[in-house]
Write a protein that binds this ligand. Sequence first.
Ligand SMILES: Cc1cc2nc3c(=O)[nH]c(=O)nc-3n(C[C@H](O)[C@H](O)[C@H](O)COP(=O)(O)O)c2cc1C
Length: 331
Amino acid sequence: MKNCYVISTVQHKPIEINSNPIRNTTNTVKKVLILYYSQSGQLQNVLDNILMPMRQDSNISCDYKQIKPKTSFPYPWKFYDFFDVFPESVYLNGCEVEAIDCQKKYDLIILGYTVWFLSPSLPITGFLQSPQAKKIFKGKPVITVNACRDMWLTAQEKMKSLLENVGAHLIDNVVLTDQGKSIHSFITTPRWMLTGKKDAFWLFPKAGVAENEIEEASRFGERICTALANDLEKKKEPLLKNLGAVNVVGKLIATERIAHRSFLIWCKLIKKAGPPKSRGRKVVITIYAFFLLALVLTIVPVNIIIRKLLYPFRKKQITKAINYYEAPSGK
Ligand SMILES: Cc1cc2nc3c(=O)[nH]c(=O)nc-3n(C[C@H](O)[C@H](O)[C@H](O)COP(=O)(O)O)c2cc1C
């Protein structure tokens, strides 16, 4: 049997794939549904690159659909609008979305989502909670694709439960994160979201995912083409192993856990203060913003030092957690 190697410009271990059949074993065109919600177009750009090889494959038909919230969210965001979606995002309240126009039975679904406050964005949550989602997703293999700052672990855990609720099988997870160190994107991502400016400034790199990383996402599409030609999606097992689909940063695991715990408390307070856009909410959001600033200037640096000191004693535990979050696609 002839073997081929999927090669990408990134230094990833090539894996052997049986590339024998030109058509898949059932001799049918494979139908792939791609659903996403992207504000600036970055996630859409990532998906375009993944889809490039798939669109050139005459054995694959791609239905590419943007999820549309009934009330659109602003971009760039105003300060209070940005934090106004905080409680509903964290508590997975979703938002109303338009039904999507699709009838076909799909062989594979690619779900592109971004992270809002350690949770899937409101339109994606809203769609996954809509009655239509169960009909589309039930029993289907799903690949999630995420382009976010760098805090995505909790969101993916929430995504797992949303997908489980609609009876889908999560087979792969691809995550691209913003360029620069976490400390850089802590400034560059909110600046981009609140002003629309992505350019590099002072000591800070450009906001968003690096362009070469976005282009190299086509390697996932190449692998999907080969997998579909071999009917591998039917096994409901990962298709994107050894392609560097995710990179779990060990030191962010504890940070996310602590942040999410505090998010749950603050979101409860903000919700109690009033409905979305109310004056009461604005007051608590203002208090939260000052709290966040104080936290960043005091507790965060102390936390970094403590974590560095404790690392040798927690190495085994962190490695175990990394392996867990890397699943199903792995590094
Ligand atoms: C309201 C809001 C909250 C966000 N929260 C997070 C977050 O918790 N973690 C993260 O890694 N990125 C976060 N981001 C960044 C997004 O995940 C994403 O990178 C950005 O919105 C660009 O995506 P898009 O323009 O393709 O929609 C947030 C963005 C917004 C608008």
